[in-house]
Design a binder for this molecule. Sequence first.
Ligand code: TYM
Length: 386
Amino acid sequence: MAEEFTVTPWEVKGRVDYEKLVKIFGTEFIGEELFKKIEALAGELHVLLRRRVFFSHRDLDLVLEDYEGGRGFFLYTGRGPSGPMHIGHIIPFILTRWLQEKFRANVYIMITDDEKYFDEPGMSLSEVKKWAYENTLDIIAVGFDPDRTFIFHDIEYIGKLYPMAVKVAKRINFNTARAVFGFTGSTNIGLIFYPALQVVPTFFEKKRCLIPAAIDQDPYWRIQRDIAESMGYYKTAALHSKFMPPLTGLEGKMSSSKPETAIFLHDDPKTVRYKIMKYAFSGGQPTIELHRKLGGNPEIDISFQWLHIYFEPDDVKLKKIEEEYRGGKMLTGELKEYLVEKLNNFLEEHRSRREQARELIKIIMYNGELARKMWKEGPWSPEDLE
Ligand code: TYM
């Protein structure tokens, strides 16, 4: 039967049924026990885990066992620099930073300027490189540990990636790539090779790799898991998040190519207020009288959903808002004002950390402890390339 929604690394359409998606992708829900175990090991549960924004996984149980057994693990995530980043794109980086701190793990961040050059018809190489730099500043602003983080841009770092990319590419045939990614006869061959490259950082250390990302990236991890053990590595583990829904309602995902659906990290306070007031889909009633009588529906109200996902981390305050909105005491306009303030505080802090990132970028990309090693020695020993 045809699905009424689509999730691929390049497109999310329709209202995603996450129960179904977990079945289709063959991943697992994160159960209560696993959440408890993270909490026990980390000393707390990050709001993105508490609110079940990260909801699905592959082999997270094994990652935690490795950690408990002293073998450790490393973290990998990334960004395709097709333009400015929105508040959905930053979500996986926020959790990755927290995991780095709590589990003292190395973090590798891949900036896929090549992928976006292949994928965006109108994009020039210099434009994509400019966005790679700008996006890197936003990512650094999340607050990664300079000595345990390595951020690289594919086009610049390709020499160190390529020896492993050829080993990966040789093991994936076109039928598999076409079935997993939906390539057609008119897909350019850059994009057809690209999946081999996105797999490579999962082999940067001879430990288990854990990838926090939205669930749209899972097809890459599926092919990695098909070939990893035959190459002498662990199958990668993954932690999947739901999508930050677009401003306009629960269908699809927030998308840079549709500015009315997104709040960008660079949006100024006036723009944020304007967009929320104009576009944020409301679960309220058409008139104040009706709203007071019948109350609003937080399940479909985007302002409430965004507060729930991340922007009101205080559980007690969120509960109060939910009750007041549902009971008709809080109006849509009031709920929107509340979100606007939360968003603007978040964005203001982000922008000030982004200014500091202009200096930090030199350390995290080239001079931190991990970055120096990666540039000088590269990730591979000669045996890795046998
Ligand atoms: P990109 O740039 O499309 O997305 C960057 C990260 O943001 C996630 N994401 C979202 N999360 C929540 N809500 C949304 N609306 C939303 N939209 C996107 C993505 O899942 C991703 O984690 N090919 C990748 C770049 C990449 C990568 C990786 C990503 C290379 N290696 C390893 C994750 C992990 C890309 O174009 O991401």
